[in-house]
Structure formats: structure tokens, C-alpha cells
Write a protein that binds this ligand. Structure first.
Ligand SMILES: [Zn+2]
Length: 459
């Protein structure tokens, strides 16, 4: 593989707070970073096949999104302004996905969501959904680094209704999901030269019986892979758990053997202090979907999270996968919620979007920062736009996090491959993907149109 020198950029390695290299270079040899430093120093010893002039650009480690459903692009415009959070996700998006989206529909909508992620600078995705391995095929074609989790659920999750405490459990569905997840691990763990790994992904503590949740842990331990789940997403989930088990979501996950350093739990909005303490004491990892839950009018207890020492990463869930938007939401919403402006700053947000994500996925030795020996996952961010300028040299990270946008990302290397070249995808045909995605979306929305009845009535 080629040796590439990225030179004269503003390098932000994320190896140490406040450390940037104004005229910096990053040397890539195949799939690895081999040198990071001032341009003159790196050039003195590295003989590249190809040189990229990064003048006027920031050079950053690729961003890490620790929770995404690629097929979630089909929820765009269906939930954001629904009258209540439950009305959006549980009465529209999830029933749409459960009952009207089929395996054949997944590819192009998932590809479009993935293109958005990659073009805005995400180089590692933690995907989970059903219809595996369709999403795995998408991340393979995109060229993105990904962890793919096969969802295990034991019910039609479109049936979740606040105040309804019985579930029609579907043990055959759970068994099928567990079998599919095992097949996914066997076929895809380590695929695409190690770029793709796998996890077991119980959909949520209220979406399968405890014995099924426990089987998810057994499967993960059998193959030495991690776990990934939704948790404490809506008040109705905790009400269901307390009504049926006399315990809350995290307590039941712990009873089932699922809490621990290999578990990444997302949303985590409605947590008691005891549940937070279980998070901390078990070293369970947290994926903060700030922009998504903010749209629902929700927010996890962020002041408690930030002061607890729990490892935090940032995640999209679905609909918008631009980590620059998510970083802004994470800072602003936590400040509004807590009244504490010092709780989180731009450095912390960028750290959560890079090293925090890497640590939460147990991949911090391989990705998350620009350092010799790490995987060549690198992005360039154009700093020439009016909305980024002027740039205060002493505070360039703050300038980027608050002012830059996903569309400012110009180049993306993943595993040493140039996947975005001057804002163009090199791996897939973006225009074709968008065209085909629209056809699928029109078909799916027509199939599920009764879910949007109140919207039609308003027209
Ligand atoms: Zn989700």
C-alpha cells in the first residue's frame, strides 16, 4: 500500500489536551500512521509516494459514532416534530421499521445514512439493527470501519405503548435473532481485513425476557465480542421494568450479567442514582445520543455522568449522523440542563467524539488519536469558510467544534484508504445511492402511510 504524507496542516492529534501542531504532518504507511509532528521533522525521514497539501485544513483523527442504525434514514421527516417523543419513535419510526421495511429495502437507505456519516468525518460506526447481515454489506462497500451488532428482540417493538404492562413475547423471534447474531459473528467478525467486527445487541431491557437477555451475554462471552444495547430510553421503559420486575432497567441488565466494560449502553436518559452507580462500578460504557434525545425533549443526567468518571462517547442513533452537530448539541444541552457552563467544553466534546468513542468500543489502542502505530483513520477539515473565520490560533479546537460543519470535511482516510477525496466518495456512487434510496423511501412510506395519519389530516 502507498505511503502518503499529509503536510502543512493544523494537526490536532487528540493525544493530549491543548496540544496542536500548527504546521504539522501525518505520515501514513499502508493502514498505519507512522509519524506525526511538525512538517519539517516528519519530511526529514519519511519518503512518501503521494503528498497531500493540507494548508488551511485541520488534520484530525477520524470521528467515532458509537450508536447508529444505518437503515434509520427511512425515518427522516417522520418523527422530528411528532407531538410527543413516544409519538415519534414508538408510534411511527419503530412500527415503520418493524412492519414495513424488509431486508430487500435496507441497502440503499443504509448506504445514504453511511455516506452522510463518512463524508462528515466519521471513520468508525457502531451499527446495530435487524436484517443482519445487510448493514454489514453496506459498511463493507462504504469502506468505513464498523462494529456491527445483530439485534436480539423478543417482541414486535412497534407494540410498545406507555402504561401497557403486558408484552406478547415472541420466543421464536428471539431465537431467530440469536441465531442470526451468531451467524453474523461467525461470518463478519474480522472481515474486510479486520475493519469490521461484531457485537451482540439486545434491543433493550424491556424488549426481551430476562432469560433471553442473559442468553445475549452468553453468546457475547462465547465469542469474546462486546455487547450493545438501548437502555432507559423513555419513561415507559422504566415504568414497565418496575411494574414487572420491581427493578429498573440497569438493575435487570446487571442481574442478567450484561453490565460491564464490554457493554456499551445508549440513551440512558431515565436513570436513578443507583443505576448510575452500577454503570460506574461495572465500568460500563455510555453512548450519549445528545442531538437525538434533545429532539425528544429528553436529556440524560449529564452533570452526574460527567462527574462520575463513566466513559462517555457520542452517537447519532439515526436521522442525523453529522458528529459536528452532535458535538454542539452535547455541549449546549448539558449547559442548559445543568446551568453549569464549565461542565463541558469543546475539547471534551472532541475527545468524546474521538478517543472517548474508541475507549467505549474497546478500540483505543487502534483508533481515536493521531499517533504512530495507530490505524490510518484521518480526516481533513477545511478551515477557509466564512463561518469558521477568523481563526484564533490559541483556541483552534473551540473554533472548529462551535463553528465548523460536517460539510467542511474534505478528505477521509479509513484503514489507509482514501474514502473521501476532496468531498467525493471514492468507494460508492453517491448520486445513485441517493436516487435509489428515494425510490425505496417512497415505497416504504406508501406501505406505512397510515402511521402518519394525523400528519395527512393536517394538510
Ligand atoms: Zn438506537
Amino acid at each position: 500500500m502507498a505511503k502518503t504524507l499529509i503536510e502543512h496542516g493544523w494537526v490536532i492529534p487528540m493525544t493530549q489536551r491543548e496540544h496542536t501542531i500548527p504546521d504539522g504532518a501525518v505520515a501514513l504507511d499502508g493502514d498505519r500512521i507512522v509519524a506525526v509532528g511538525p512538517t519539517a521533522e516528519v519530511k526529514a525521514t519519511f519518503k512518501p509516494d503521494k503528498t497531500i497539501d493540507a494548508r488551511g485544513k485541520a488534520v484530525l483523527p477520524g470521528l467515532v459514532n458509537t450508536h447508529i442504525h444505518l437503515v434509520g434514514s427511512l425515518n427522516k421527516g417522520t418523527t422530528e416534530d411528532a407531538k410527543r417523543a413516544m409519538g415519534g419513535s414508538f408510534k411511527r419510526a419503530i412500527p415503520l421499521q418493524e412492519d414495513y421495511v424488509f431486508a430487500d429495502d435496507v441497502y440503499f437507505p443504509a448506504l445514504v445514512h453511511g455516506i452522510e456519516a463518512v463524508k462528515t468525518g466519521t471513520t468508525t460506526l457502531n451499527e446495530m439493527w435487524w436484517y443482519m447481515p445487510e448493514p454489514a454489506k453496506v459498511v463493507k462497500d462504504l469502506g468505513v470501519r464498523a462494529v456491527v451488532g445483530g439485534v436480539v428482540r423478543e417482541m414486535n417493538t412497534g407494540q410498545i405503548t406507555p402504561g401497557k404492562f403486558d408484552r406478547t413475547w415472541l420466543p421464536e423471534l428471539a431465537k431467530r435473532n440469536l441465531d442470526e447474531c451468531e451467524a453474523l459473528i461467525q461470518e463478519w467478525h474480522g472481515a474486510a481485513k479486520g475493519r469490521i467486527t461484531t457485537r451482540v445487541a439486545p434491543d433493550g431491557p424491556d424488549r426481551a425476557r430476562p432469560e433471553t437477555l442473559a442468553k445475549c451475554g452468553e453468546l457475547a462471552r462465547k465469542y469474546g465480542v462486546g455487547l450493545h444495547t438501548h437502555c432507559a430510553s423513555v419513561p415507559a421503559e422504566q415504568a414497565f421494568m418496575e411494574h414487572n420486575y420491581g427493578k429498573r432497567s440497569v438493575e435487570v441488565l446487571e442481574d442478567c450479567g450484561l453490565m460491564g466494560p464490554d457493554m456499551l449502553a445508549v440513551h440512558c436518559v431515565f436513570l436513578s442514582d443507583r443505576e448510575l452507580e452500577i454503570f460506574r462500578s461495572t465500568n460500563t460504557k455510555f453512548g450519549h445520543t445528545a442531538y437525538l434525545v434533545g429532539k425528544r425533549g429528553y436529556m440524560p443526567p449529564m452533570e452526574k455522568f460527567y462527574t462520575s468518571g463513566i466513559e462517555i462517547s457520542l452517537a447519532s442513533d439515526w436521522i442525523s449522523n453529522d458528529m459536528w452537530t452532535i458535538m454542539k448539541a452535547a455541549v449546549i444541552l448539558a449547559r442548559v440542563q445543568s446551568g453549569n457552563v464549565e461542565l463541558i467544553d469543546a475539547w471534551k466534546a472532541l475527545d468524546m467524539a474521538t478517543m472517548g468513542g474508541a475507549r467505549c468500543l474497546g478500540m483505543d489502542k487502534e483508533i481515536g488519536s493521531l499517533a504512530p502505530g495507530k490505524k490510518a483513520d484521518v480526516i481533513l477539515v477545511d478551515m477557509s469558510a466564512a463561518w469558521v473565520n477568523p481563526i484564533r490560533r490559541q483556541n483552534v479546537v473551540s473554533g472548529l467544534v462551535y463553528n465548523a460543519q460536517g460539510g467542511d470535511v474534505t478528505h477521509v482516510w479509513i484503514d489507509g484508504e482514501l474514502v473521501v477525496d476532496n468531498r467525493r466518495m471514492t468507494t460508492v456512487d453517491e448520486k445513485e445511492a441517493i436516487r435509489e434510496c428515494q425510490k425505496v423511501a417512497d415505497k416504504v412510506w406508501e406501505r406505512g402511510k397510515h402511521l402518519f395519519g394525523d400528519e395527512l389530516a393536517a394538510e
